[in-house]
Ligand binder design. Structure first.
Ligand code: C2E
Ligand code: MG
Ligand code: MG
Length: 714
């Protein structure tokens, strides 16, 4: 094949060294014409400089030269780093045998006689450079192999069939804790192998040797300081150059891998927090029990257990403490399982056995009792579980007394598949909602409403993921000058098929699902972005208030979340206001108050929402970081209806003024209410009389119209 010269030569650099101008010129012309990059030097010293400066691939050199001759040049090149990859071709006299020998011993790759045909000289150089390319590739692949072996913790070992080592890598010696490769042999390996694995190892190796078959073996190895390693050998049989059979194997330390696999296996079937089996584990074991029953069909009770009011515990004690509580409950149930021998005959005299306990998720646990003789016994077992949970649990410095509600389903009456039995128990549990220490047996008609709720939960989870929430804005009217300087942002869910859904339908559910903080963060982000926009388009000081669930205080770092949203949107804290309810302050006062203080220091206003519906007294307000009271709609509704209704609102207004708090009346629907409020110095009013909450675009239109109207009246 006739390959173009340039392709063959690539950008190889050839250095021509000769003190004779004519020979040097001639040789370099031949090389240049062939497409090589050519450098020249008049003697060895200059050649060495060129080699140091350039990436020379091949040196074509004369023997006898002033200063440094060809032999010395060759020896010096060979001791340079990477010098052994440079191809050196000597140009000698025709019969100068001695020079040829000296050249080879100085490290030359080849020689050519002077006066050689140019084409043949070129062939020699090409051959040398091809050789160099092959060597480079080999070196690279050896390097890669070394890296790969190091990364895989892999070493190699060649030995004779009777176990003597022929070659062994330092990595294998390290695995075997040997500093002396000559001491390592198959017998040495067996001597340090875990005693229980020795016969397995020897037997399998013997079998492989008899058949000359490839092998993979894994065994435990005892290191010198007593540590246990798991070694894996993978090998095959081949003859060496002399025809002797050898065993070529790789050896790998897989201790870490096996430990990780063990951990993964454990995690697949256990809850990481309590280390109790998880739901998947119950499904697996329960399925086995059911399958093993054959036609006998003995009763099995499945209990779904949930801690009452656990979200409150999380919000008041924080995540770490509530995790500790879950662990303690897990331990408590585990102890119960260990003591299950005592349950083998229950209070009703039924024989029960095999109690299984699992942690399904968050505050939900599963228990299974096999071999029930009477369905009614399930209820008394549930009661016993409830008593177990009611044992006081230490949480930090305080002691907690928990209660649990339980849903029960029974095999084979309620379902025959493990998964379905567990689902049914949870369906029953869901119907104990809002009750404490309740117990509910599954029945088929519970399923329909449970299904609806489950589907809503699934849709809500997606809604959070896909950010299907929007903010609607309700204007707040300043009663002193009839201006609109702010709005309350209320959340709406844009449901893919149902359209706009109000917060009453999804906020409580999100709170129960433990996802309110994710949704709350979306609200904070949207409110901040809208504040930035209206700060530019409507009014520098336009303020948007948004609602915060009590659970958000403990679930996220609210201050950081708001700081981030403000910075990202390019607005100011002063353009935002947060509305909290009294219940937030009641459940975890210290954390909530310190959060509100930090927000206030940043210039945010704090409003107490639905004031009057909770338990806080006006006196308490003095010590709270609150700027605004939002008088609940239920009070506003009574204005003018009963004398005490008006008096009540008036009292709130008067006391708020004494505490230097501003008041916003919520749910103003009538002119008479508005007049009363304005007359009694209420600061702001909000309600359907003015406008319902609207999407941002409608709000902008509404406020334009409002301003025009106001101007025309003036
Ligand atoms: P809220 O903070 O007290 O909000 C005022 C609610 O009263 C709004 O209902 C509003 O539409 C309604 N409203 C305003 N004026 C009138 C009126 O003249 N008459 C009547 N009948 N109702 C009026 P919405 O939007 O359904 O919100 C209900 C509650 O949901 C809010 O009460 C708030 O507690 C909660 N909420 C709304 N958005 C969020 C949010 O983003 N996060 C959290 N955590 N809660 C939110
Ligand atoms: Mg509100
Ligand atoms: Mg309110």
């Amino acid at each position: 094949m006739n390959t173009p010269v340039t392709q063959q030569t690539g950008n190889k650099v050839v250095l021509v060294v000769d003190d004779d101008d004519t020979t040097r010129l001639l040789t370099s012309t031949i090389m240049t014409d062939a497409g090589y990059t050519v450098l020249t030097a008049c003697d060895g010293a200059e050649a060495l400089e060129k080699v140091a400066e350039h990436n020379v691939d091949c040196v074509v050199t004369d023997v006898m030269m002033p200063n440094v001759n060809g032999f010395d040049l060759c020896s010096m090149i060979r001791i340079l780093p990477d010098g052994d990859r440079i191809q050196i071709l000597f140009m000698t006299g025709l019969d100068d045998l001695e020079s040829i020998q000296r050249a080879y011993s100085a490290g030359a790759n080849d020689f050519a006689t002077k006066g050689f045909h140019p084409a043949l000289l070129l062939e020699r150089v090409r051959f040398l450079l091809r050789n160099q390319q092959l060597q480079d590739a080999l070196r690279q692949s050896e390097q890669r192999l070394k890296y790969a072996q190091r990364l895989a913790s892999l070493g190699h070992w060649e030995r004779t069939l009777d176990g003597r080592t022929r070659a062994i890598s330092p990595t294998v010696c390290k695995f075997l804790d040997s500093t002396d490769p000559s001491q390592v042999s198959w017998d040495y390996l067996c001597a340090h192998t875990h005693p229980d694995d020795v016969s397995f190892l020897q037997l399998n190796m013997k079998r492989a040797i008899t058949r000359h078959s490839n092998f993979q073996l894994e065994h435990r190895y005892l290191g010198t300081n007593g540590e246990l390693r798991i070694l894996r050998h993978q090998g095959e049989f081949n003859r060496d150059a002399n025809g002797e059979w050898l065993i070529y194997s790789t050896v790998q330390d897989v201790t870490e891998n096996r430990a990780q696999e063990e951990r993964i296996r454990f995690m697949a079937f256990h809850d990481p927090l309590t280390e109790l089996p998880n739901r998947a584990s119950v499904v697996r074991d329960l399925s086995r029990i059911i399958a093993g029953q054959g036609t006998e069909r003995r009763m099995i009770a499945v209990f779904a257990l949930s801690l009452d009011d656990f979200s409150r515990i999380t919000s008041s004690l924080g995540q770490d403490a509530s995790n500790a509580v879950l662990k303690a409950v897990g331990d408590c149930l585990r102890r119960q399982m260990r003591d299950s021998a005592h349950m083998s005959i229950n209070e009703s005299g039924d024989v029960v056995d095999e109690l299984m306990i699992a942690h399904a998720e968050a505050d939900k646990f599963i228990c299974v009792v096999n071999n029930l003789q009477l369905a009614e016994a399930a209820t008394s077992i549930a009661k016993r579980l409830q008593r177990t949970i009611a044992t006081p649990i230490k949480a930090g410095d305080s002691e907690l007394q928990l209660t649990a509600s339980i849903g029960i389903s029974i095999y084979p009456d309620d379902a025959v598949a493990a998964n379905q039995l567990i689902d049914n128990a949870f369906t029953a549990l869901m119907h104990t909602k809002d009750q404490k220490a309740a117990c509910q047996l599954f029945s088929a008609d519970l399923t329909q409403s449970a299904r609806q709720r489950l589907s809503l939960e699934a849709q809500l989870r997606q809604a959070v993921e896909k950010e299907e929430f929007e903010l609607y804005f309700q204007p707040r009217l300043n009663l002193a000058d009839n201006s609109i300087r702010g709005a309350e942002a209320v959340a709406r869910w844009r449901h893919p098929t149902l359209g706009i859904v109000g917060p009453g339908e999804f906020i409580p559910l999100l709170e129960e699902m433990g996802q309110i903080a994710e949704m709350g963060n979306l609200v904070i982000g949207m409110a901040a972005r809208q504040a930035a926009r209206w700060q530019r388009n409507l009014d520098q000081n336009f303020r948007i208030s948004f609602n915060i669930s009590p659970l958000q205080f403990s679930a996220v770092d609210l201050v950081a979340e708001i700081d981030q949203a403000v910075a990202r949107a390019g607005t100011r804290h002063a353009n935002l206001e947060v509305e909290v309810t009294e219940s937030a302050l009641m459940s975890n006062p210290e954390q909530v108050i310190s959060t509100l203080k930090s927000l206030r220091e940043r210039g945010m206003q704090i409003a107490m929402d639905d004031f009057g519906t909770g338990f806080s007294s006006l006196g308490m307000l003095r010590d709270l970081p609150v700027d605004i009271l939002k008088i609940d709609r239920s009070f506003v509704m009574d204005i003018g209806v009963t004398p005490s209704g008006s008096a009540m609102v008036n009292a709130i207004l008067l006391m708020a003024r004494a505490l230097s708090l501003d008041c916003v009346a919520e749910g103003v629907e009538l002119d008479s209410q508005l007049n009363f409020l304005a007359h009694n110095n209420c600061h702001e009013a909000q309600g359907y009389l003015l406008a319902k909450p609207m999407c941002a675009a409608d709000f902008e239109q509404w406020i334009n119209k409002w301003q025009k109207q106001k101007a025309s009246v003036a």
